[in-house]
Design a protein around this ligand. Sequence first.
Ligand code: DLL
Length: 434
Amino acid sequence: MYQPEFEAMPRAQLEELQLRRLKDLLVRVNDAVPTYREKFAAAGFDPGSLTSLDDLSRVPFTVKDDLRAAYPYGMFAAPLRDIVRVHSSSGTTGQVTVVGYTRGDIDRWSDLMARTFACAGVTADDTVQVTYGYGLFTGGLGAHYGSERLGALTVPVSGGNTKRQVQILKDFGVTVLACTPSYALLIAETAREMGVDPRALPVRVGVFGAEPWSEQMRRQIEDELGLTAIDIYGLSEVMGPGVASECVHQCGLHVFEDHFLVEIVDTETLEPLPDGEVGEVVFTTLTKEGIPVIRYRTRDISRIIPEPCACGRTFRRIERVTGRSDDMLIIRGVNVYPSQIEQVLMGVPMVAPHYQVVLTKKGSMDHVEVHVEVAPDFNFDEIREIEALQRKVKAEIESALAVSIAVKLVEPKSIARSEGKAKRVVDLRTEGGA
Ligand code: DLL
């Protein structure tokens, strides 16, 4: 499923293909989707006038609120009789949004997810346990179709019932685990409780994504489960998983640029940034029929890695997504993402990889406290040891992030585990504090 004719295409040829697809797309959405027609008209943008990829910066952005306003089907570019599937975002940050796929979209998505697995080093000889949730979330069915398209033996477990996950991994000879990174840790923890050594499981590759995770977290998961952990990225509005993926070199995620145009824009000015600079990731879908998106602002923060990759793919890479601009904390003027805190915590001995950033109000002031579990073998009854470890964690955060944050050590297993996306920030401010 490695497609060098696309994935290793000379850049000039790739850009030609992108431009051709982009021109066709802009005319298509202008005809079919009132939201785009109105946006283009308001910005004085003539969709037929585009002559180079640089002209993209003249095209208005699309944001999640556009999809919300068009709920459920208002931004579909194909008639409903041609839509064969819908997925929907969870709606944790407001009104849910709905995305639709034509038969052709499902076909291309399956190809791109097969490409993702292949990029991760998975082959038709592998057995893939799909532990992403099936249903309206794109993770389960996306991974399922991709794994089948690749020809791998596909085990559609979906999320939950962690003991059964461990049993199946072991009994079915599963070689590839597809789930969120935080769930991979819970699987390892549960295996140990069941008396199963997670490193002795036959799993050799993890295809992990759907939430931010740090490099340190990757090493921890690899160590606990004895596998190679690959970062995969995507979002429902753009397609689902299968938008970008790491290859076996584990050094950034190749954006599947024959299907998605990627831009990094300044979070304040929204001006496109040169390769290498950090900003908000913006995607334009080049081949989607059901619900194409034009310059969709993801709110995810990353940068383009300009150097070529040793794998020979010419698709540019984005750096692992540190977090969403919505999750950014501003602590005494310093911008901090939960994943940066994670990175520090993971480097401190006797601290477990389970944490939450809790926001409360103290008087009229916002108060930020990091709750982190101690390792299972830490002596939690020894108050002096707790205080010393607490001071150490606080000092490490302060030296790495140049900001002082309160730290509270909590007992092993006291932070809620997640079977899907982990909840890293708990905001208690609107509930009057805690
Ligand atoms: O999470 C799609 C997906 C499923 C990706 C399975 C990978 C694996 P949504 O639920 O729409 O779709 O959430 C998309 O999740 O904008 C990011 O903020 C975050 N995200 C996804 N993958 C990663 C990743 C799926 N590898 C939102 N690293 C995105 C960091 C990620 N954040």
